[in-house]
Design a binder for this molecule. Structure first.
Ligand code: BES
Ligand code: ZN
Length: 482
């Protein structure tokens, strides 16, 4: 008994308590912190401000108020387990190491064609409903833990049905929440120490403090169901990746990115080489004109965003698998991809709508499947997810690009695009250059077989060059202007 009491006292005084059972440390935008201080002076203590980021100590109440500020969500805060960690998090980061440009290519035409044809919206619908039927997945509720354990069983059953011996599923327990996360790993056949990760959060939230009715259908049963369908298709087509592929369902995102922050930190501490991370959080509400919105927040990877655009230009420009896209931004660390970016990894967050037109029902009892009614939209995200995984992790069976039949050279030098198509039977028609916000910034016609075009008006950054030929083949090239 005495042992238990002293353990409890130790936990109490060392601040190792589960998040949101009382006041806690966090970081947030300094402007938001100051506004909150004006509104609820008793509920927030601003400990320090550095470069527009504040380290704060806030009450649960204040945290809820922040969510209510912009109707149902944001601006956000990121949970920190101690004052020390909060202070450390707002220290200016040493300039990002000049990483090599991501060397992703697009040449898995046959595998991608097969994969995107197999995506089944019904599976996504079924799983969204299954997840919302827990009633709540708020991180402190037994239902939340049950949802994670059941997802582990589901993923294991899928891998087993496909006869995979290279797949494992594990539960990750956390320090700052009682809710666990789930991680499924397909071990890479050639370079298992290089990781490609897609993830989403499996917890949910609702206003008020009881959180008894928090169906979280779009936020984020949709993302979990989308990545599960990606995995199902990869298994059914017997896809064996060269790089290790992981699927992650995070705990306690809604209270400040808790599960993903702990996992991303652990990966960084173990020097895990994550080549790219893509987040799926809210994939099924068609609130805006386009299907997918690339988020351009500064912590996201421009290089990875350009690659997602390249994939959509190459595989989804028209036809039954068409995906249209635009851009938007959260303007704060709004979901788990921030945890990965914060550890220095290349992260992206393709989103369902423009930020202001996204699902207004999230974080309420009305975030249910019938708001969307079908999973047509999420199916498009599953296709993008498949294209991303297949092209970044690559199959270990040889596969040849359809455009490999075209002998094409492309370089960017001295602010000139220089291209040569050596096949005599084919000519190039058009070139469009697209920036990382998905905006067409350059176009030219009647390119013939070779030429050099000046792009001196373009500023520094990542771009995607999209060529079309007279027989309607598409050639895409991602490039960077320094
Ligand atoms: N899915 C939301 C993030 C979101 C909502 C992005 C709407 C874009 C538009 C996520 O689950 C969430 O609610 N995040 C919190 C912040 C987090 C750090 C607690 C939020 O936005 O309030
Ligand atoms: Zn949310």
């Amino acid at each position: 008994m005495k042992k238990i009491t002293s353990l409890l006292l130790f936990l109490l005084f060392s601040g190792i308590l589960f998040a949101q059972e009382g006041p806690f440390y966090a970081t947030m935008d300094a402007t938001d912190a100051n506004n909150l201080k004006k509104e609820m002076p008793q509920e927030i203590q601003i400990i320090a401000i550095k470069q527009n980021q504040a380290a704060v100590y806030i009450s649960e109440e204040a945290a809820h108020a922040m969510h209510r500020n912009v109707v149902t969500h944001g601006p956000g805060y990121v949970f920190k387990a101690s004052e020390e960690l909060a202070l450390k998090a707002i220290e200016p980061k040493p300039a990002k190491k000049q990483r090599r440009v991501l060397d992703f290519t697009i040449n898995q035409d046959a595998a991608v064609a097969e994969a995107i044809e197999m995506v089944n919206a019904q599976n996504i619908e079924d799983q969204i409903i299954e997840l919302q039927d827990y009633g709540t997945r708020f991180h402190t509720k037994p239902e939340a833990e049950q949802a994670v354990l059941d997802l582990k069983d589901k993923w294991e059953a899928m891998a087993q049905a496909a006869g995979r011996t290279d797949v494992s599923v594990r539960i990750v327990n956390h320090v700052n929440t009682g809710m666990p996360s789930a991680v499924m790993t397909i071990e890479g056949a050639e370079t298992p120490d290089e990781f490609v990760i897609i993830g989403g959060h499996i917890d949910s939230t609702a206003p008020g403090s009881n959180n008894n009715v928090a169906p979280g259908a779009d936020d984020d049963a949709s993302g979990i169901s989308t990545i599960t369908e990606v995995a199902r298709v990869l298994f059914d087509m017997e896809f064996v990746p060269n790089r290790t592929v992981e699927f992650m369902a995070f705990a306690a995102e809604e209270i400040g990115l808790v599960g993903s922050a702990e996992i991303a930190e652990e990966y960084k501490n173990n020097n895990v080489n994550v080549v790219a991370y893509v987040q799926f959080d809210m994939t099924n509400f068609a609130g805006s004109l386009n299907d997918v919105y690339i988020t351009t927040d500064s912590y996201n990877s421009n290089d990875l965003n350009a690659f997602l655009i390249e994939l959509m230009e190459y595989y989804n420009a028209s036809g039954p698998h068409q995906i249209t896209y635009g851009n938007t931004a959260c303007n704060y660390g709004c979901s788990d991809h921030f945890s990965w970016a914060d550890q220095g990894y290349e992260a992206a967050f393709p989103f369902e709508a423009s930020f202001s037109e996204s699902n207004p029902n999230i974080h309420t009892p009305n975030d249910t499947y019938d708001i969307t009614g079908d999973a047509f939209k999420a199916a498009k995200f599953a296709k993008l997810g498949l294209e991303f995984v297949i092209e970044t992790a690559k199959s270990n069976t040889l596969s040849v690009s359809e455009i490999a039949g075209l002998d094409f050279d492309f370089i960017v030098n001295n602010k000139q695009v220089i291209y040569t198509l050596k096949n005599v039977s084919e000519t190039l028609q058009t070139l469009s250059i697209i920036d990382v916000a998905g905006k067409k910034v350059f176009s030219a016609n009647d390119l013939g077989q070779q030429g050099a075009l000046s792009i001196e008006n373009l500023s520094q950054g990542f771009y995607v060059a999209v060529f079309t030929t007279q027989t309607n083949k598409v050639i895409t090239k991602k490039f960077v202007l320094n």
